[in-house]
Write a new protein. Sequence first.
Length: 294
Amino acid sequence: MEKDMEKVLQKAEVLIEALPYIQRFNRKIIVVKYGGSAMSNEELQKNVIKDVTLLKLVGFKPIIVHGGGKEISRWVGKVGKESTFVNGLRVTDEETMEIAEMVLNKVNKDLVTMVQELGVKAVGVSGKDGGLLQVEKKYSDGQDIGFVGEITGVNPKVLYDLLEKDFLPIVAPIGLDSNFQTYNINADDAACAIAKAVKAEKLAFLTDIEGIYKDFKEKKGFISRITASEAEELVASGYIGGGMLPKLNNCTLAVRNGVSRVHILDGRIPHCLLLEIFTKQGIGTAIIDDEEAD
Protein backbone atom coordinates (compact mmCIF):
# COMPACT_ATOMS: atom_id res chain seq x y z
CA MET A 1 0.00 0.00 0.00
CA GLU A 2 2.85 2.34 0.95
CA LYS A 3 4.60 1.62 -2.36
CA ASP A 4 1.40 2.35 -4.28
CA MET A 5 1.07 5.66 -2.45
CA GLU A 6 4.68 6.51 -3.29
CA LYS A 7 3.98 5.89 -6.99
CA VAL A 8 0.89 8.09 -6.89
CA LEU A 9 2.84 10.91 -5.17
CA GLN A 10 5.62 10.62 -7.75
CA LYS A 11 3.04 11.04 -10.50
CA ALA A 12 1.70 14.14 -8.78
CA GLU A 13 5.24 15.59 -8.53
CA VAL A 14 5.79 15.00 -12.24
CA LEU A 15 2.55 16.80 -13.08
CA ILE A 16 3.44 19.73 -10.79
CA GLU A 17 6.89 20.00 -12.40
CA ALA A 18 5.21 20.21 -15.80
CA LEU A 19 2.78 22.95 -14.74
CA PRO A 20 4.98 26.06 -15.35
CA TYR A 21 5.89 24.73 -18.81
CA ILE A 22 2.24 24.10 -19.67
CA GLN A 23 1.42 27.66 -18.58
CA ARG A 24 4.35 29.16 -20.49
CA PHE A 25 3.66 27.42 -23.79
CA ASN A 26 -0.13 27.46 -23.72
CA ARG A 27 -1.45 28.50 -27.18
CA LYS A 28 2.12 28.66 -28.51
CA ILE A 29 3.15 26.97 -31.78
CA ILE A 30 5.63 24.09 -31.60
CA VAL A 31 7.03 22.52 -34.77
CA VAL A 32 8.15 18.88 -34.48
CA LYS A 33 10.38 17.47 -37.20
CA TYR A 34 9.90 13.74 -37.20
CA GLY A 35 11.99 11.18 -39.07
CA GLY A 36 14.85 8.72 -38.76
CA SER A 37 14.74 5.56 -36.64
CA ALA A 38 11.90 6.90 -34.48
CA MET A 39 9.78 6.61 -37.58
CA SER A 40 10.73 3.10 -38.66
CA ASN A 41 9.94 1.46 -35.31
CA GLU A 42 6.18 1.13 -34.71
CA GLU A 43 6.44 1.33 -30.92
CA LEU A 44 8.50 4.53 -31.04
CA GLN A 45 6.17 5.92 -33.70
CA LYS A 46 3.20 5.48 -31.37
CA ASN A 47 5.12 7.11 -28.50
CA VAL A 48 5.97 10.17 -30.59
CA ILE A 49 2.39 10.57 -31.76
CA LYS A 50 1.15 10.19 -28.15
CA ASP A 51 3.60 12.92 -27.09
CA VAL A 52 2.46 15.35 -29.79
CA THR A 53 -1.20 14.55 -29.09
CA LEU A 54 -0.66 15.25 -25.38
CA LEU A 55 0.97 18.60 -26.23
CA LYS A 56 -2.12 19.45 -28.26
CA LEU A 57 -4.50 18.42 -25.48
CA VAL A 58 -2.73 20.54 -22.82
CA GLY A 59 -3.06 23.68 -24.97
CA PHE A 60 0.01 23.75 -27.21
CA LYS A 61 -0.35 24.19 -30.99
CA PRO A 62 1.88 21.51 -32.53
CA ILE A 63 2.70 21.11 -36.22
CA ILE A 64 4.41 17.90 -37.39
CA VAL A 65 6.79 18.02 -40.36
CA HIS A 66 7.82 14.49 -41.31
CA GLY A 67 10.42 12.82 -43.48
CA GLY A 68 10.31 9.36 -44.93
CA GLY A 69 13.82 8.76 -46.25
CA LYS A 70 14.20 5.15 -45.11
CA GLU A 71 10.79 4.23 -46.53
CA ILE A 72 11.55 6.01 -49.84
CA SER A 73 14.83 4.07 -50.13
CA ARG A 74 12.93 0.82 -49.51
CA TRP A 75 10.46 1.54 -52.32
CA VAL A 76 13.17 2.77 -54.68
CA GLY A 77 14.88 -0.60 -54.09
CA LYS A 78 11.63 -2.43 -54.81
CA VAL A 79 11.53 -1.06 -58.36
CA GLY A 80 15.13 -2.16 -58.90
CA LYS A 81 16.77 1.25 -58.52
CA GLU A 82 19.56 2.23 -56.16
CA SER A 83 19.38 5.28 -53.89
CA THR A 84 22.30 7.65 -54.33
CA PHE A 85 23.13 10.64 -52.12
CA VAL A 86 25.30 13.73 -52.57
CA ASN A 87 26.21 15.57 -49.34
CA GLY A 88 23.32 13.82 -47.56
CA LEU A 89 20.75 14.79 -50.23
CA ARG A 90 18.95 12.15 -52.29
CA VAL A 91 19.62 12.36 -56.03
CA THR A 92 16.05 12.52 -57.35
CA ASP A 93 15.27 11.73 -60.98
CA GLU A 94 11.71 11.80 -62.34
CA GLU A 95 10.88 8.22 -61.35
CA THR A 96 12.38 8.64 -57.86
CA MET A 97 10.37 11.86 -57.43
CA GLU A 98 7.18 9.97 -58.25
CA ILE A 99 8.05 7.25 -55.71
CA ALA A 100 9.03 9.83 -53.06
CA GLU A 101 5.73 11.68 -53.41
CA MET A 102 3.67 8.49 -53.18
CA VAL A 103 5.61 7.25 -50.13
CA LEU A 104 5.47 10.63 -48.34
CA ASN A 105 1.72 10.90 -48.93
CA LYS A 106 1.23 7.40 -47.51
CA VAL A 107 3.39 8.19 -44.46
CA ASN A 108 1.44 11.43 -44.04
CA LYS A 109 -1.95 9.73 -43.94
CA ASP A 110 -0.64 6.97 -41.64
CA LEU A 111 0.37 9.67 -39.14
CA VAL A 112 -3.01 11.40 -39.51
CA THR A 113 -4.70 8.07 -38.71
CA MET A 114 -2.54 7.53 -35.60
CA VAL A 115 -3.34 11.00 -34.25
CA GLN A 116 -7.06 10.59 -34.90
CA GLU A 117 -7.04 7.21 -33.13
CA LEU A 118 -5.99 9.15 -30.03
CA GLY A 119 -8.98 11.47 -30.30
CA VAL A 120 -7.35 14.54 -31.85
CA LYS A 121 -8.36 15.94 -35.25
CA ALA A 122 -5.46 16.01 -37.71
CA VAL A 123 -5.12 17.15 -41.33
CA GLY A 124 -2.30 16.04 -43.59
CA VAL A 125 -1.01 18.48 -46.20
CA SER A 126 1.97 18.59 -48.53
CA GLY A 127 3.97 21.72 -49.29
CA LYS A 128 1.99 21.90 -52.54
CA ASP A 129 -1.28 22.65 -50.71
CA GLY A 130 -2.21 26.33 -50.59
CA GLY A 131 1.25 27.23 -51.91
CA LEU A 132 2.69 26.30 -48.51
CA LEU A 133 6.24 25.60 -49.72
CA GLN A 134 7.60 27.40 -52.80
CA VAL A 135 10.91 26.14 -54.12
CA GLU A 136 13.54 26.44 -56.80
CA LYS A 137 15.94 23.76 -57.99
CA LYS A 138 18.67 23.03 -55.46
CA TYR A 139 22.27 22.29 -56.47
CA SER A 140 24.73 20.55 -54.16
CA ASP A 141 28.14 22.20 -54.54
CA GLY A 142 27.20 23.05 -58.11
CA GLN A 143 26.12 19.48 -58.82
CA ASP A 144 22.73 18.72 -60.40
CA ILE A 145 20.89 16.34 -58.05
CA GLY A 146 17.56 16.31 -59.89
CA PHE A 147 14.21 17.27 -58.41
CA VAL A 148 15.45 18.46 -55.02
CA GLY A 149 13.99 21.79 -53.93
CA GLU A 150 15.51 24.79 -52.18
CA ILE A 151 12.75 26.65 -50.29
CA THR A 152 12.27 30.21 -51.54
CA GLY A 153 9.02 31.06 -49.79
CA VAL A 154 6.49 29.82 -47.23
CA ASN A 155 2.81 30.69 -47.16
CA PRO A 156 1.72 29.62 -43.67
CA LYS A 157 -1.94 30.67 -44.11
CA VAL A 158 -3.13 27.09 -44.57
CA LEU A 159 -1.38 26.13 -41.28
CA TYR A 160 -2.81 29.11 -39.38
CA ASP A 161 -6.29 28.25 -40.65
CA LEU A 162 -5.97 24.62 -39.51
CA LEU A 163 -4.60 25.61 -36.08
CA GLU A 164 -7.38 28.14 -35.63
CA LYS A 165 -9.98 25.44 -36.35
CA ASP A 166 -8.28 23.18 -33.75
CA PHE A 167 -6.69 20.74 -36.21
CA LEU A 168 -3.19 19.33 -35.85
CA PRO A 169 -1.40 19.93 -39.21
CA ILE A 170 0.94 17.21 -40.51
CA VAL A 171 3.18 18.35 -43.38
CA ALA A 172 4.88 16.26 -46.08
CA PRO A 173 8.02 17.98 -47.47
CA ILE A 174 7.11 18.39 -51.14
CA GLY A 175 6.95 21.73 -52.94
CA LEU A 176 6.29 23.43 -56.27
CA ASP A 177 8.50 25.80 -58.25
CA SER A 178 7.24 28.79 -60.26
CA ASN A 179 6.48 26.45 -63.20
CA PHE A 180 4.47 24.12 -60.89
CA GLN A 181 7.09 21.39 -61.13
CA THR A 182 7.13 19.04 -58.10
CA TYR A 183 10.27 18.86 -55.93
CA ASN A 184 11.34 16.74 -52.99
CA ILE A 185 12.51 18.84 -50.03
CA ASN A 186 14.86 17.90 -47.22
CA ALA A 187 12.53 17.52 -44.20
CA ASP A 188 14.92 19.42 -41.88
CA ASP A 189 14.88 22.38 -44.30
CA ALA A 190 11.07 22.23 -44.48
CA ALA A 191 10.70 22.14 -40.67
CA CYS A 192 13.05 25.12 -40.24
CA ALA A 193 11.37 27.19 -42.94
CA ILE A 194 7.91 26.49 -41.48
CA ALA A 195 9.06 27.22 -37.89
CA LYS A 196 10.52 30.56 -39.02
CA ALA A 197 7.38 31.46 -41.01
CA VAL A 198 5.00 30.81 -38.11
CA LYS A 199 7.46 32.26 -35.52
CA ALA A 200 7.28 29.02 -33.55
CA GLU A 201 8.06 29.10 -29.85
CA LYS A 202 9.92 25.81 -30.24
CA LEU A 203 11.29 23.63 -33.02
CA ALA A 204 12.13 20.05 -32.00
CA PHE A 205 14.19 17.70 -34.18
CA LEU A 206 13.68 14.02 -33.41
CA THR A 207 16.90 12.45 -34.68
CA ASP A 208 19.07 9.33 -34.34
CA ILE A 209 21.57 11.02 -32.01
CA GLU A 210 21.52 12.06 -28.34
CA GLY A 211 22.24 15.72 -29.10
CA ILE A 212 25.36 17.82 -29.72
CA TYR A 213 28.86 17.01 -28.48
CA LYS A 214 31.87 19.36 -28.43
CA ASP A 215 33.79 16.58 -30.13
CA PHE A 216 31.24 14.74 -32.20
CA LYS A 217 33.56 12.05 -33.60
CA GLU A 218 34.67 10.96 -30.14
CA LYS A 219 31.24 11.61 -28.54
CA LYS A 220 32.92 13.75 -25.85
CA GLY A 221 31.62 16.80 -24.02
CA PHE A 222 27.85 16.55 -24.32
CA ILE A 223 26.17 19.98 -24.61
CA SER A 224 22.71 20.29 -23.10
CA ARG A 225 22.35 24.04 -23.78
CA ILE A 226 24.12 26.23 -26.32
CA THR A 227 23.57 29.74 -27.68
CA ALA A 228 23.26 30.45 -31.41
CA SER A 229 26.69 32.19 -31.37
CA GLU A 230 28.33 29.26 -29.57
CA ALA A 231 26.78 26.88 -32.12
CA GLU A 232 28.25 28.95 -34.97
CA GLU A 233 31.67 28.83 -33.29
CA LEU A 234 31.34 25.06 -32.93
CA VAL A 235 30.58 24.71 -36.66
CA ALA A 236 33.58 26.95 -37.52
CA SER A 237 35.84 24.81 -35.29
CA GLY A 238 35.43 21.88 -37.69
CA TYR A 239 34.48 19.39 -34.98
CA ILE A 240 30.97 18.94 -36.34
CA GLY A 241 30.69 16.78 -39.43
CA GLY A 242 28.41 14.57 -41.49
CA GLY A 243 24.65 14.99 -41.34
CA MET A 244 24.94 17.02 -38.11
CA LEU A 245 26.49 20.01 -39.89
CA PRO A 246 23.48 21.08 -42.00
CA LYS A 247 21.18 20.26 -39.06
CA LEU A 248 23.10 22.55 -36.69
CA ASN A 249 23.25 25.30 -39.33
CA ASN A 250 19.48 24.97 -39.78
CA CYS A 251 18.91 25.16 -36.02
CA THR A 252 21.04 28.30 -35.65
CA LEU A 253 19.32 29.98 -38.58
CA ALA A 254 15.92 29.20 -37.05
CA VAL A 255 16.92 30.82 -33.74
CA ARG A 256 18.32 33.85 -35.59
CA ASN A 257 14.98 34.15 -37.41
CA GLY A 258 12.64 34.35 -34.46
CA VAL A 259 12.21 30.74 -33.26
CA SER A 260 12.68 31.03 -29.49
CA ARG A 261 14.32 27.67 -28.91
CA VAL A 262 15.43 24.68 -30.98
CA HIS A 263 15.82 21.19 -29.51
CA ILE A 264 17.81 18.27 -30.91
CA LEU A 265 16.47 15.07 -29.34
CA ASP A 266 17.13 11.37 -29.60
CA GLY A 267 13.88 10.09 -31.13
CA ARG A 268 14.82 6.52 -30.12
CA ILE A 269 14.17 7.38 -26.46
CA PRO A 270 10.50 6.81 -25.59
CA HIS A 271 8.65 10.09 -24.88
CA CYS A 272 11.80 12.19 -25.48
CA LEU A 273 9.63 15.14 -26.46
CA LEU A 274 7.77 15.24 -23.15
CA LEU A 275 10.97 14.74 -21.16
CA GLU A 276 12.64 17.68 -22.92
CA ILE A 277 9.70 20.07 -22.73
CA PHE A 278 8.25 19.28 -19.31
CA THR A 279 11.30 18.59 -17.10
CA LYS A 280 13.95 20.94 -15.68
CA GLN A 281 16.96 18.92 -16.81
CA GLY A 282 15.63 17.82 -20.25
CA ILE A 283 17.44 15.14 -22.24
CA GLY A 284 18.73 16.60 -25.52
CA THR A 285 20.48 19.77 -26.67
CA ALA A 286 18.63 23.11 -26.60
CA ILE A 287 19.85 25.91 -28.88
CA ILE A 288 18.80 29.28 -27.54
CA ASP A 289 18.98 32.95 -28.47
CA ASP A 290 22.13 34.76 -27.27
CA GLU A 291 20.03 37.21 -25.25
CA GLU A 292 18.27 34.40 -23.37
CA ALA A 293 21.63 33.25 -22.02
CA ASP A 294 22.39 36.64 -20.40
